[in-house]
Design a protein around this ligand. Structure first.
Ligand code: NAD
Ligand code: GLY
Length: 362
């Protein structure tokens, strides 16, 4: 079969720059990603859903190395400190030295935990991201945010630790459940909504192709989102400013996810609803007009994403959850809003009355 060459996007961070390869057949392109491994030891971290599907193909690229695997049970609940401890024990059992490499094979749960484990072992060893969900390809595998959840909250323990390479093999999306695929599309739309209006217009034109997982449109969408995120990360690696924009819809979305006990909504679904709420709040504050909100809503709906708060969720409870967001300071709400498509902004001092009105609205 004639496989087109992958697209390569570089996350430009000086000596720590790395490639993000996006294309078909990359798992089997061992020579390409194996070159990113410097030492003789590798630990593949995956989970019990992904490993039976793809571990063998990765393993074929590890011959000649001392390697082993550590598999998480499936689910967000397993992105835990206890499992970081187990991953570090697996590295110890392997005899991993300073030049060992962790390979994250899976979605964002696996990638975040594997990256954090790599950051901890001997104060930081290499890791490679092999994302297998759309969300992980377009968001979590790129940019070096790693970490785990604590009983006190999601992603509370973590480190910035950049991978050596990201291997986004779009063939792996063939087994991804439809709902997970659509949740990943929310993160694609998010990038365009924040800072890339031409990309947003492209998504509008290609919505049907993306919904049908068209083999040309999907890698193009991934590449455009990754290119946008790579630029933001290169300018603001540790989120001193601009990188916070990547959280458009997140303060609303996290509140919705928490209110749904992390089972009612996937992260991307929470972000989809949250982006529409952020657009409506921007409108209410006179920052943007209804046409932008309508375009966003139409695109989300065309891609099968929810836009309304699920029935039974209480506006006052959601507001209380939003107050706990890490971005808030001194009792005021700090949110990512927009002045229209592609023009997101960090806005402080947002009144709770306005937020509540939006939460109570249609
Ligand atoms: P996930 O890792 O839970 O994967 C979703 C589901 O798909 C799981 O059941 C998984 O086993 C399954 N799966 C994965 N690949 C598959 C495949 N190819 N075929 C079949 N099934 C497959 O969820 P996610 O949406 O990938 O990631 C969510 C996580 O990412 C959250 O923990 C979130 O906090 C984190 N995140 C991190 C960042 C970051 O910058 N580090 C950004 C966004 C989200
Ligand atoms: N997902 C937000 C970030 O990477 O900064």
């Amino acid at each position: 079969m004639n496989i087109p060459p992958p697209q390569t996007i570089t996350v430009a961070l000086g000596q720590r720059s790395y490639p993000v390869w996006i294309g078909a057949g990359l798992l089997g392109d061992h020579a390409r990603w194996r070159a990113a491994l410097r030492g003789r030891h590798a630990l593949v971290i995956s989970n019990t859903t992904v490993a039976p599907l793809y571990l063998e193909r990765v393993a074929q690229g590890l011959h000649g190395l001392r390697w082993s695997s550590f598999l998480l049970d499936d689910g967000e609940a397993h992105k835990s400190f206890a499992n970081v401890g187990r991953a570090l024990e697996a590295l110890a059992a392997l005899g991993a030295t300073r030049d060992a490499c962790v390979i994250a094979l899976g979605g964002g749960v696996v990638g975040d935990l594997a990256g954090f484990s790599a950051a901890c072992w001997m104060r930081g060893i290499d890791f490679i991201q092999i994302p297998t969900t759309l969300l992980a390809m377009v968001d979590s595998s790129v940019g070096g945010k790693t970490g785990v959840n604590l009983p006190a909250g999601k992603n509370l323990a973590g480190a910035f630790h950049q991978p050596r390479a990201v291997v986004a093999d779009i063939d792996t999306l063939a087994t991804l459940p439809e709902r997970e695929y659509r949740a990943g599309l929310a993160e694609v739309i998010k990038g365009a909504a924040i800072g890339d209006e031409p990309f947003f217009a492209w998504l509008e034109r290609n919505a049907a192709a993306l919904a049908a997982r068209d083999p040309a449109a999907v890698p193009e969408a991934i590449a455009r989102k990754v290119r946008y995120k790579a630029g933001v990360v290169a300018r603001d690696e540790t989120e001193q400013g601009e990188r916070a924009l990547l959280n458009l819809g997140h303060t609303f979305g996290h509140a919705l996810e928490t209110a749904g006990r992390y089972t009612a909504l996937l992260h991307g679904e929470g972000v989809a609803i949250g982006m529409r709420l952020a657009a409506r709040l921007s409108e209410r504050l006179g920052m943007s007009g209804p046409a932008d909100t309508e375009r966003l809503q139409r695109l989300l709906e065309n891609l099968g994403l929810p836009v309304a708060i699920p029935p039974g969720m209480d506006a006052a409870e959601l507001l209380a959850l939003m107050r706990l967001d890490k971005k808030n300071s001194a009792g005021e709400l700090r949110l990512i809003l927009w002045r229209g498509i592609g023009r997101a902004e960090i806005v402080g001092g947002v009144s709770e009355t306005d937020v509540l009105a939006v939460l109570q609205g249609p």
